[in-house]
Design a protein around this ligand. Structure first.
Ligand code: NAP
Length: 310
């Protein structure tokens, strides 16, 4: 498929909007649709056309989707009245970037293939700012020929694309990656609270970690949240809990004990229970602090997230 391929995009949330914008900026002809129509405006301002229904995207060569949960993916693809794959016309290829279960991915793949549409799984790692900075990573799976067709588009979403094989393997890699995300965040929360109670600022602790072998792109970009308590949502604890539930379901199927993962799942649940459902999942820090009887305040420090735009 050439660079003149037309693209449709379903879902313009924290991730979908910057991702669709990257395709527009890479020169693709993109038509977007979002359930809450107002969220399409920034992507339209960048040069995308806006469709009034999901099915208006069916004439596009390739349609990407980026919605919240397995049930939401099934709805946008398979709803008998409004779904992309249940209308008269269907696109040639669907690429789904959402983090969903293997079972849903398989169900949508089968429905797509029954209509003659190729289905490709391409979940991602990185938040909206990471996307804008060109540092997103994509893990993908599906038919090798389909990968060859869509690779240039997927490459324009970020800095790395890892093809892991046929079928749904990318779903597993992405879900397992997010278990690490939650566990790492909980570990950071615990040591920052321990530091706080020991009289060390969070700024100092994070500066050392970010410059040490334990630092990462992630620890850097979470630093403003952890030091200055900026919990504007990039990824919510509700979506993280979904990923832990998906991961623990896979662990159960395979009889793999995951004690730390199970405990972290409950801590994420506490974060939601304490009323942070709509905030960033870095609010796990506040739960660690509350458990230690510590009240945190912003350090109002001049810390960077390491995500300078390209
Ligand atoms: P988000 O900000 O909550 O956006 C979700 C998007 O899905 C919105 O456009 C929403 O439409 C749409 N949607 C949800 N249910 C729908 C339905 N039933 N029908 C139609 N549209 C529906 O979530 P996000 O952070 O962008 O995450 C999207 C996916 O990417 C999730 O699977 C998440 O796990 C994964 N992910 C997120 C991050 C991150 O850092 N945020 C990173 C990697 C992967 P409305 O605007 O109308 O609500």
């Amino acid at each position: 498929m050439s660079d003149t391929s037309t693209i449709g995009w379903i879902g313009l949330g924290n991730m979908g909007a910057p991702l669709a914008t990257r395709l527009v900026k890479s020169g693709y002809d993109v038509t977007v649709w979002n359930r809450t129509a107002s969220k399409a405006q920034p992507v339209a301002d960048a040069g995308a056309s806006v469709g009034g229904t999901i099915r208006e995207l069916a004439s596009r060569d390739v349609v990407f989707s980026m919605v919240s949960t397995s049930g939401d993916l099934e709805q946008v693809m398979l709803d008998p009245d409004t779904g992309l794959l249940t209308g008269e016309q269907v696109p040639g290829v669907v690429v789904d970037c959402s983090t969903v279960s293997v079972e849903t991915s398989q169900k949508v793949r089968e429905a797509a293939e029954a209509r003659g549409t190729r289905f490709f799984a391409a979940p991602v790692s990185g938040n909206g700012k990471v996307v804008a900075a060109g540092k997103l990573s994509v893990v993908c799976s599906g038919d090798q020929d389909t990968f060859t067709l869509v690779e240039p588009m997927i490459k324009s979403l970020g800095r790395s694309v890892t093809y892991v094989g046929e079928g749904e393997s990318a779903r597993l890699v992405k879900i397992y990656h997010n278990l690490l995300l939650g566990i790492y965040t909980q570990a950071l929360a615990e040591i920052l609270v321990l530091g706080e109670k020991s009289g060390v600022s969070r700024e100092a602790t994070m500066d050392f970690i970010n410059n040490s072998v334990m630092g990462s792109l992630f620890s850097n970009y979470k630093t403003p949240a952890l030091v200055n308590l900026d919990f504007h949502p990039t990824f919510t604890p509700v979506l993280l809990r979904k990923d832990f539930d998906l991961g623990l379901t896979e662990a159960r199927k395979r009889e793999v004990p995951m004690p730390i993962t199970n405990l972290t799942r409950d801590i994420i649940e506490s974060t939601i229970g304490h009323g942070y459902a709509k905030d960033d999942f870095a609010t796990m820090l506040l739960i660690a602090a509350a458990n230690a009887g510590v009240e945190l305040a912003s350090e109002n420090a001049d810390v960077s997230d390491g995500l300078d735009p390209e």
